[in-house]
Write a protein that binds this ligand. Sequence first.
Ligand code: FES
Length: 270
Amino acid sequence: MQFASQILSNVEIARDYWRIRLTAPREFAAATPGQFVMVRIGGGLDPLLRRPLAVFDLGTDETGGVAQVWFEMLYKVVGKGTAMLSTMRAGSAVDILGPLGTGFDMGGDDEEKLLVGGGIGLAPLYLLATELVRRKSPVHLFAGGRTRDDLLCLTDFERLSVKCHCATEDGSYGAKGFVTVALNRHLDALAGKATLYACGPDGMLHALAKIAAERKLPCQVSLEGYMACGVGACLGCVATGKNHSPQTPDYRCVCTEGPVFEASELQWGA
Ligand code: FES
């Protein structure tokens, strides 16, 4: 659905990372973890395209007997559109298309849920963690980034009683290095079953797909591909499927078939 939304708050939570809360119609409350919205920033033609942003959190406030659905997103200021969004204040209107896409599969309740992300990739994992905790699954978060600034909203995850394992490449928070080291150590000691859920930079997803394949674990990845339309019309967002070859093209439309895919369904290159 497309709707005019009002900004409730828009706050910088770490250097260049922002958290924005917006109003939504009642039907938006049915959004599921891993889904995203397309945000149109500014009323003119520039910036022309909408920006895809994952739904980070979702809720309903009751004021004076009136229920108001809200949702939150995280974004990083990386260009003109997101810079413009960061200047918008509570009360401003934003045009939203969503919720869109196919989100995470919750899987069985008899297994550990290992969430892996960094930077803006932590955004879809929070709503996922909320739902998994509600289902009483054991949830661990493996958060990695270049610096402490890339580890967003850890206190929100901790408030859900999610066990957080952190790593930064510069050693400014948690273990020094890649978060996959802590993940591998955890998997070595794992007695039962587990499913991996991941969102983050390509290099991190590639490494996780490899770990999952070697250990024969299910692994759902949320791709943050470039999207222009968000509704399957432009094919500007395709990912390469596992059966792809020059003779038999196998492309997956990230915005409609994804953004969440089973890692083994995709081709990860050499
Ligand atoms: Fe246009 Fe996916 S963004 S088809």
